[in-house]
Design a protein around this ligand. Structure first.
Ligand SMILES: [Zn+2]
Length: 393
């Protein structure tokens, strides 16, 4: 009997695994995978000032190619549970949908991967023609310091090497098959600080108002695009998110003004080159006046998994299953793929993302069945049967 992704997803949704709680979700994954012959490791990571978080790594097979199925079982809080049509941790199925926090982000995809792997193994004598691993964290929705980033290091220290990874984040805007993510923009936060000389508003000549200067600098910076986009990326964008003087007095010219901003950047830039570019533009606009930019540390670098055999294998399996040719996209926020890309090529494909993080998060049960079938096709192509060698690695 084929493994049922709907039942697996329902059981996962019943686990209250709001970050950093494990809530029984990883135990469920462990039970399924050990039952299928995986060697399963549960690892707790710690960091001063952060909660301890549980993670799971499981592998079956010893030979290459080695495909990693990555994801997270933690979820964002449910918000006001009374506003949900169905309890966020009840796992109710109604009107063709499975309701619950994590239905699409991303316990549903974890369930589909489990079902696909169980079916693939059952059809291939219980072992893959290569190696399959699950890399599942409980720290993706939080500050993500005790999750994938450490789990990858831990696996590398054990001598694990990966050929490719599929991360199951919800990637489809409207329907299954819309979009595969083959990269992500980088993200960088900074604060522009402009200083002047405070004074009485009635005697502006005796003061130097930093508000005038920060406005001029901001408009100059906003007027110049950072680039025109690249083959696989939209143009980079700098967006001011807050402008603060903190002045409670109506008749005093302040001595300092600050503006916070975020930059989403493409593969024309590195963090270093981008900082230099923005600083040069601010310097030009500041016309000799004092300024500085305080940059926040960022672990969100841009990356791209170049289209090639692996991307084609994944998108081909999606097309064959759904009839849609998925867009190869680098849109959206960052994800744990930003850590995985340092170890192997990674693509992201999961459920429809319309309801993620919302009240009444839900997934069509038909989508769970369809996604499991897509993952199964990917596995069947990645690990051809009858001892044929894989064309992928
Ligand atoms: Zn997610």
């Amino acid at each position: 009997m084929p493994a049922d992704p709907i039942i697996l997803a329902r059981d996962l949704l019943r686990c209250r695994s709001v970050t950093p709680a494990e809530g029984g979700a990883l135990s469920l994954v462990e039970k399924v995978l050990s039952g299928a012959g995986f060697a399963v490791h549960r690892i707790v990571f710690s960091e001063p000032g952060a909660d301890d978080v549980e993670n799971l790594y499981a592998r079956i097979g010893t030979s290459p190619p080695h495909l990693v199925l990555a994801g997270h079982t933690d979820v964002v809080p449910a918000g006001d549970e009374a506003r949900w049509q169905h309890g966020p941790f009840a796992g109710d199925i109604a009107e063709g949908a499975l309701f619950g926090r994590g239905a699409v982000d991303m316990k549903g995809a974890i369930a589909c991967k489990l079902a696909a792997v169980l079916d693939h193994l059952a059809a291939n004598g219980g072992t893959p023609n290569g190696s399959i691993s699950f890399l599942v964290t409980g720290d993706e929705e939080g500050i993500a310091v005790n999750g994938t980033i450490k789990l990858l290091k831990w696996a590398a220290a054990r001598g694990e090497t990966f050929d490719h990874c599929i991360l199951g984040e919800p990637t489809n805007p409207k329907q299954l098959g819309d979009m595969v993510k083959i990269g992500r923009r980088g993200s960088l936060n900074g604060t522009l600080v402009v200083a002047g000389t405070s004074g009485h508003v009635a005697y502006p000549a005796l003061a130097d108002n930093p508000v005038r200067r920060i406005v001029a600098i901001m408009s100059a910076v906003m007027a110049q695009p950072l680039d025109a986009g690249s083959d696989h990326f939209d143009p980079s964008n700098l967006e001011f998110t807050s402008v603060d003087v903190g002045n409670k007095t109506v008749n005093v010219i302040p001595s300092e003004a600050r503006a916070r901003f975020n930059i989403r950047f493409n593969d024309h830039h590195t963090q270093g080159s981008l900082k230099a570019l923005v600083e040069a533009r601010v310097r030009a606009a500041a016309k000799g006046g004092y300024f500085r930019i305080d940059w926040d540390p960022s672990n969100a670098d841009v990356f791209l998994t170049k289209p090639g055999p692996f991307v084609e294998l994944v998108s081909g399996a999606i097309t064959d299953a759904t009839g849609h040719k998925p867009e190869l996209s680098t849109s959206g926020g960052t994800s744990d793929a930003r850590f995985i890309k340092d170890y192997c090529p990674v693509v992201e494909f999961g459920l429809v993302n319309e309801t993620m993080h919302k009240i009444d998060e839900r997934v069509a049960t038909a989508d769970l069945v369809a996604l499991a079938a897509i993952y199964r096709r990917i596995l069947d192509r990645y690990f051809p049967a009858n001892g044929a060698s894989s064309s992928i690695a």
